[in-house]
Ligand binder design. Structure first.
Ligand code: PRP
Length: 171
């Protein structure tokens, strides 16, 4: 296992993202929608990097079969608790890989008529994209390596690592 992005690099970047988001939104609360489960750590830090009021909610998405990235079939497993009609929604994601998850989610959320709908992703692997996704705020572009830590898992392990690490010899 080797460190790809250190804890201090993550924290510096999250602060920068927070400042940029603070500056670019109109007055009023931002509704942060985090995708379970990996984005929870990023959500917690990003929410505290923002100076403006926020609301927090969670949405769950999973694949129908074993093979989400090739089938592209996904479904909602946990819906939001609040309505997003007419409000500023910022979807918080830990990593965008094939784009299948976010592409699906954006279609679902758009139908609910938020005032604005944007995405912040800590990690972006643009080289892996199968479905188009517009990521307004991206923390780091990374190559096609398998990463764990800061919320990202391998078989549910490693989520609590403070750095983002490459798991060598794994898929
Ligand atoms: C990961 C990650 C994103 C998604 C990105 O979630 O958190 O939601 O995969 O991949 P995609 O762009 O190819 O759709 P995962 O399904 O591993 O769930 P988890 O967050 O609970 O670990």
């Amino acid at each position: 296992m080797r460190v790809l992005i250190s804890e201090s690099q993550i924290q510096d970047r999250v602060r920068e993202l927070g400042a940029r988001i603070d500056a670019e939104y109109a007055e009023g609360p931002i509704y942060l929608v985090a995708i379970l489960k990996g984005a929870c750590f990023f959500l917690a830090d990003l929410a505290r990097a923002l100076k403006r009021p926020v609301r927090i909610d969670f949405i769950g998405i999973s694949s129908y079969g074993q093979n989400r990235t090739t089938s592209g079939e996904v479904k909602l497993t946990k819906d939001l608790d609040f309505s997003i009609e007419g409000v500023d929604v910022l979807v918080v994601e830990d990593i965008v890989d094939s784009g299948v998850t976010l592409n699906y989610l954006m279609h679902v959320l758009e139908q609910r008529k938020p005032r604005t709908l944007r995405v912040v992703a800590l990690l972006d692997k643009p080289g892996r994209r199968l479905k188009p996704v517009q990521v307004t705020y991206a923390g780091f572009e990374i190559p096609d390596v398998f990463v764990v830590g800061y919320g990202l898992d391998y078989a549910e392990g490693y989520r609590n690592l403070r750095d983002i690490c490459v798991l060598e010899g794994e898929p």
